[in-house]
Ligand binder design. Structure first.
Ligand SMILES: [Zn+2]
Ligand SMILES: [Zn+2]
Length: 184
């Protein structure tokens, strides 16, 4: 099984646009457990200025994936993590995007915090949502599509309410390609 590398993605000079290091460390630990492979945070950061749509004030996730692809090494999966809000042209926003059966995925925390919805911040909930969204996008890199089991982390979720009801684990069917994609 290839290791997973997390790459912090920044956008502009605002510190609020950087993913928090403690959140990244917790994410790395959770992903290492879920995927049973080493997961580390790359020391470099990556600026998303090139993917900014100034009119939308959002970052184009497909362009980010293409850039991550160039930064990816063939012997690791790469997950970009950002606090910047992401979009694809046909949707208002995305929590993340991944290459189906590829090497790269990206996730955003921009809409995962309660404060985005006008509620008091809850770190535990933010952490949980980020772990689920990251596992989901990485699941796509194993060739998994959306799962009909609402408890499975591969269930589609375009709202935080849907993220909250599903689990952080893969169902039995989805777990197979994930755990047999490697050498163990
Ligand atoms: Zn998905
Ligand atoms: Zn499933």
């Amino acid at each position: 099984m290839k290791p997973i590398h997390l790459i912090p993605l920044t956008g502009g000079n605002s510190p609020a646009r950087e993913p928090r290091l403690d959140a990244l460390e917790q994410l790395a630990a959770a992903l290492a457990r879920t995927f049973r492979t080493p997961c580390r945070i790359r020391p470099e950061t990556f600026d998303l200025g090139f993917a900014l749509d100034a009119g939308r004030n959002q970052y184009y996730s497909t362009a980010i994936l293409q850039r991550l692809e160039r930064a990816a090494s063939p012997d690791a999966r790469v997950l970009g993590v950002t606090a910047c809000d992401l979009y694809v042209p046909v949707l208002t926003f995305v929590f993340g995007e991944a290459q189906l059966d590829g090497n790269c995925a990206v996730v955003s925390t921009a809409r995962l915090g309660e404060e985005f919805y006008g509620l008091p911040p809850r770190q535990d909930l933010l952490r949980e949502r980020l772990i689920k969204e990251a596992a989901h996008e990485l699941g796509h890199t194993f060739g998994l599509r959306h799962c009909n089991d609402w408890r499975c982390v591969m269930a589609s979720s375009h709202a935080v309410e849907r993220l909250d009801v599903k689990g952080a684990e893969f169902c039995v069917a989805c777990k197979k390609p994930v755990l047999h994609n490697g050498n163990f």
